[in-house]
Design a protein around this ligand. Sequence first.
Ligand code: 13P
Length: 252
Amino acid sequence: MSRTPFIAGNWKMHGTIAEAEQLVQALLPRVAAAPCDIAVCVPFTALQAVVDSVRGSGVAVYAQNMHHAEKGAFTGEVSAAMLGELDVDGVVLGHSERRQLFGETDKALQLKVPAALDAGLEVILCVGETEDERENGDTERRLRHQVQEGLEKVPAERLGDVVIAYEPIWAIGTGNVATPEQAQDALAFVRALVADRDKEQAERTRILYGGSVKADNAAELLALPDCDGALVGGASLDAEQFAAIVDAAPQR
Ligand code: 13P
């Protein structure tokens, strides 16, 4: 089965409304003819402005987190319905920064992933091991736990709708990109974990690599058999760099 490549830029906590609009205006003409799917993952406060700016362009807009409940006494949280009201297309869930710095648990993700899908949002579920886990030979155990927990309450027929981003934590923001072999092994392992639930859906599932993806290493990563795209951090804040990564996506 051919899967449309998907390049997503995670802006993290970067971008006032004015900066976000500037970045989008620089980006849109550079990716207008791209044959792949493209998303920008934007801070909450700039979502509305970016949704308005990209309208009609084919570029999708994602939030970077949400709460699983529809509403309630959850100070500081945002629900899927609130994102949907802004015409946001999707949401990044379980990014390692949320797991490591803000106590996001696999249990919480078990609820968030199906809640987002039910609300009509697309989902990028992030998984990945620490440097210690890799050195101790615990990478597969860690990935198995994260993928199984995150997808546990997703019905089998919807598994292929969840995009999974494999982001080794040691590669994020460090310049230490995974080797093609390390990336392919992990991406194939993640696909096999989805196949344990449903073989057909695993062929539909798009699995992205993330961690120090730049214009000069993107083509090699994106050519890997189980790599269906990239989740790009730092390089997504530069329209030219991000567009060059989009250009590196193979036409499938
Ligand atoms: P960098 O591309 O800056 O390493 O960040 C990757 C990432 O965390 C994307 O979600």
